[in-house]
Write a protein that binds this ligand. Structure first.
Ligand SMILES: *Cc1c(COP(=O)(O)O)cnc(C)c1O
Length: 427
């Protein structure tokens, strides 16, 4: 049976269901699988599709849990949109074909599919603070799911217009609150709510933030599928260039390689927020105040999943052999978007553009390199349009943009948030 331990207290072990429902461990650490399975390529011999490969990969992580028997169903429910690679210079792994056009859909849909199959007797209220993409993905994933309500908190005026639309176009079991403050205020309010045991009990508060193991595990599956497909075709383990903020996406790739996936080099690409590249260089972990950049979903000065990366590779010299990292500035992002558009006609979102920049700089022409595309550029029309002109809108995004939007504005005060929650009747 697979148990999950905290990065801070290896002694306390919990079940998969508990880890999924609670986000962080009670000691403030992050959950990790207690033992790492060890796959070889032949374990995937008869698995072709993303869903088949995912189901095989996640079996040991669900072993002995009440969800074990439903894992195939969970994977089919969550991974119901295309996972594709396009191009060959570079090959691009497109993770943005889900309902909200960013890779966050993968984790959010898997978490929703899993939690809705846990035996819940009381209604759960998912609280999620978002700087843009997470809240929309979580709202979309839980929309109209029985037994769940979602409260999305976002900083008023600090997300793109289309992101805001994705956060506020739901209704029914989703409550969108526009907070008069910054993302950090939203996060603080969520933490304050969870720190009050009466509220946790009364409202069945649950979290769906990016440190939940229920988002990390499914994110391994697209690295599994794409690395296995590439290896079968070429006999070579591909390199991944990964746009990185809170390190959730990239850590999934690192963990996937550690359990035997045919993944080669892993290069973490950050925006101007540089704690990760600086740490790899110096060995001295220094979280910083967040800097605002054009790749806003990667604006993280203190990436939480660093704690998992250092748990897996506590020894700095070993860690520096496992991953490399580069920081890309806003000027470089704009120039890269423009150049790619002029020279190839392709449009990359500001996040993906960071990885594209590193490809052109250090991996140009490498056929065994996959650039990870984390969002569709049409989500960031405010950044894109001055450079590329209008970006064609993909169908899932167009469908959401047609829905009417509603949100309530509140001050950055947890009491007011809880009053809203108390007075909220679904409609
Ligand atoms: C969240 C996000 C990232 C950063 O992912 P992390 O898991 O936080 O490293 C990159 N690009 C986009 C589009 C995102 O939404």
């Amino acid at each position: 049976m697979m148990k999950y331990r905290s990065t801070r207290n290896p002694g306390g072990r919990v079940s998969l269901e508990t880890a999924l429902g609670s986000g962080t461990a009670p000691d403030g650490g992050l959950y990790m699988p207690e033992v790492l399975p060890n796959f070889s390529l032949s374990d995937f011999d008869d698995a072709e599709t993303w869903v088949d490969i995912a189901t095989r990969l996640l079996e040991p992580f669900f072993a002995g849990s009440t969800l074990e028997a439903t894992l195939p169903e969970i994977c089919a429910d969550a991974f119901d949109f295309p996972l594709t690679t396009t191009g060959d210079d570079p090959k691009v792994l497109e993770l943005f074909h889900g309902p909200t056009s960013a890779f966050k859909d993968v984790g959010a849909r898997f978490l929703a599919a899993s939690l809705s199959r846990c035996s819940n007797t009381t209604e759960k209220t998912i609280l999620v603070a978002t700087s843009g993409d997470t809240g929309g993905a979580v709202a979309a994933a839980f929309y109209q799911r029985q037994g769940f309500r979602v409260v999305v908190l976002f900083p008023n005026g600090r997300v793109s217009q289309r992101q805001q639309h994705q956060l506020t176009c739901w209704g029914d079991n989703i409550l969108s609150l526009s907070v008069d403050g910054a993302f950090d205020d939203c996060q603080r309010m969520v933490k304050e709510a969870f720190a009050n045991p009466e509220w946790v009990e009364q409202f069945g508060l649950a979290s769906a933030n990016s440190i939940n193991i229920g988002r990390l595990l499914p994110q391994m599956t697209y690295y599994a599928a794409s690395s296995i497909w590439h290896f079968r075709e070429t006999g070579v383990r591909p390199t991944f260039l990964i746009p990185t903020g809170n390190l959730g996406n990239a850590f999934s790739c690192v963990l996937g390689r550690a359990i035997g996936l045919p993944v080669g080099e892993i290069h973490l690409v950050t925006n101007a927020n540089r704690p990760i590249p600086d740490y790899l260089e110096s060995g001295d972990w220094q979280p910083r105040t967040t800097i605002e950049t054009l790749a806003s979903a990667m604006d993280v000065g203190n990436p939480s999943n660093m704690e998992r990366l250092r748990d897996l590779y506590p020894d700095h010299p070993v860690l520096t052999q496992q991953v490399s990292a580069t920081s890309v500035s806003d000027t470089e992002i704009i120039q890269r978007i423009r150049k790619e558009f002029e020279e190839t006609g392709l449009i990359h979102c500001p996040h993906t553009a960071t990885a594209m920049e590193v490809y052109r700089r250090g991996y140009r022409g490498d056929k065994n390199c996959l650039v990870v595309a984390t969002a569709h550029p049409a989500k960031f029309d405010d950044v894109m349009e001055p450079i590329t002109g209008e970006v064609p809108i993909p169908k899932p995004l167009a469908d959401l943009l047609r829905r009417p939007a509603h949100s309530r504005e509140i001050p950055a005060d947890v009491q007011v948030m809880m009053e809203q929650l108390s007075g909220w009747s679904r409609g």
